[in-house]
Design a protein around this ligand. Structure first.
Ligand code: ASP
Ligand code: MG
Length: 427
């Protein structure tokens, strides 16, 4: 069994969907579970509908645009043949959104969010499945909400592995003749059957969940980049492609901000030693990158940016040394207010922390700790990590900073350098 994941860009219009079919054509002799995201930027567009709804503005037009975007894809894919059944299924899914919004008062906003946002994946998989059937692939559409069982933390649900494994295996094993399964990334349901989502960009994670549950032979994430590069080509010059990476390296890269795969993807695969291929859906002959159990000598340095960070410095009044009790207070507060710490550094009288910037949470944290510490902070800073650095690459990164950017902190460990930069112009 192989697991494929196709993200939004790989199904963004009719020709992209046709390209997916071409890729699948090369695997007609395999059994494949295909995990698909919402088409193009549909998830953002659905978030916009919700924003309008909560601002008490007219949201129906925004929803109609999403519907028309999908209708056009259906028109382009099916041409003269009018797929009446498909149209009815899509209409049904969109009507659910309207129905839920009309009784939104009965639910907490995060529950409504998951219900509405999941429509992107439901619609995209429905269209792709119909198209593949029409091309004579025999497919089975699986509802990920009946596969992936989670807790009830809407928008960021945690997987119940035992139940999920049972569901996934059962659904696949009872169809021994089916070669191609189509399911949604990013969504699942809780013990009451309520729709949940796994966190933005969570479809990669779904692919890893499927692989882990089915002991798959491999996972392939098909992307609009050739594989994993040692930097984002929009930000870094002369990037190169990794042919292979150890699980640990890949996991750390995602932790420090590499957005090419979702951070939660690696663990369920590493645990079962399942290789993860990251390949181009455009040049699909190319091997891309494989992440697996390996050792790579002299791994090329990676330059990774993480934006929207805050640099906080806590210090003690009157030259008091900062001690473990003070640190405990700070860490406890970070945990309580759910602020993710990325890098830290301390001195005799202060500790600096670089964390994800979440305005509401930060305010609560500052109120909570304001009496015990003097706090200074810089908002909207960038964390630049150079993994497996060389002096040459480090010098290059510093030279490439804008002259008006301010380097607030530089930290070196054995393998990595972190720079915290206040950009003159924020990205
Ligand atoms: N459609 C969801 C998102 O855009 C999940 C995904 O694409 O991975 O966040
Ligand atoms: Mg996506």
């Amino acid at each position: 069994m192989k697991i494929f994941k196709f993200g939004g860009a790989s199904v963004k219009d009719a020709s992209a969907v046709q390209n997916v079919a071409q890729i699948l054509d090369r695997y007609r002799n395999d059994r494949v579970v295909v995990v698909i995201s919402a088409m193009g930027k549909t998830t953002n567009a659905l978030e916009k509908v919700l924003a309008l709804f909560y601002e008490k503005n007219d949201w129906s037009l925004a929803l109609r645009e999403i519907r028309e975007f999908h209708d056009r894809i259906v028109d382009d894919l099916f041409g003269e043949k009018n797929p009446q059944q498909l149209r009815e299924r899509l209409a049904g899914i969109f009507e659910e959104v309207v129905r839920y919004l009309s009784k939104a008062g009965n639910f907490v906003p995060d529950e409504i969010y998951d219900k509405v946002i999941s429509v992107g994946e439901l619609v995209s998989t429905t269209i792709v499945e119909s198209y593949l059937d029409e091309k004579e692939y025999s497919t089975c559409w699986l509802d990920a909400r009946r596969l992936v069982r989670t807790d009830s933390r809407f928008r960021n649900a945690r997987v119940d592995w035992e139940i999920t494994r049972r569901h996934v295996r059962m659904e696949v094993e009872r169809r021994p003749d089916t070669r191609l399964f189509i399911t949604q990334g990013f969504i699942g349901s809780d013990h009451r059957g309520r729709t949940v989502t796994l966190g933005r960009e969570g479809s990669d994670y779904t692919a890893a969940i499927m692989a882990n549950c089915l002991d798959a032979e491999s996972v392939t994430i098909w992307k609009d980049v050739p594989g994993i590069l040692n930097g984002d080509p929009k930000l870094v010059r002369n990037t190169l492609l990794y042919k292979e990476l150890p699980y640990r390296e890949a996991a750390e890269m995602t932790y420090y901000g590499a957005s090419v795969i979702h951070p939660k993807t690696i663990r369920p695969l590493g645990e079962k030693n399942i290789p993860l291929y990251v390949r181009s859906f455009i040049n699909y002959e190319e091997p891309g990158t494989v992440i697996h159990d390996c050792q790579v000598e002299n791994l090329a340095p990676a330059v990774i940016f993480k934006f929207r960070q805050v640099l906080l410095t806590f210090s003690m009044p009157n030259f008091t040394f900062i001690n473990e009790k003070h640190l405990t207070l700070i860490f406890h507060a970070l945990d309580t207010f759910d602020i993710r710490l990325n890098v830290m550094q301390n001195s005799a009288v202060s500790i600096s922390i670089c964390a994800d910037y979440r305005p509401g949470k930060l305010k609560e944290l500052l109120q909570h700790l304001g009496n015990d510490f003097q706090v200074k902070y810089n908002l909207d800073v960038n964390l630049v990590t150079i993994k497996n650095f060389t002096e040459e690459v480090l010098a290059g990164v510093i030279a490439d900073l804008n002259p008006e950017d301010e380097l607030l902190l530089e930290q070196r460990s054995r393998n990595n350098v972190h720079l915290i930069v206040q950009p003159a112009v924020s990205v």
